[in-house]
Write a new protein. Sequence first.
Length: 100
Amino acid sequence: KITTIVQPYLHEPEVGAKFAKVQEMMDVLYQCEDVRDHINELGEVCTRASGFMGTGYMAGDKVENLDEHGKLLGETYDKLLAKHPDFKPKIEQADGLLDL
């Protein structure tokens, strides 16, 4: 909705710059959300692999390539920080545990 509202004012330098910043912020937010969702999904799958309350009953499949996932997540985190340095505090807040 904000995109349609701001259209008549985009020619103004201040509004155009601020709107570009808002768009970048939302892009970063969604990328951080994707990384966090992936981490949460990995955690769920690993938890289910031990079965019902860790008894092994109805155990799910184990994640065999956790190292690969960790490496990919770390690379994604580094790329986010490199591409959007102005949003470093929020990236670290959302996906900061990758910086271990």
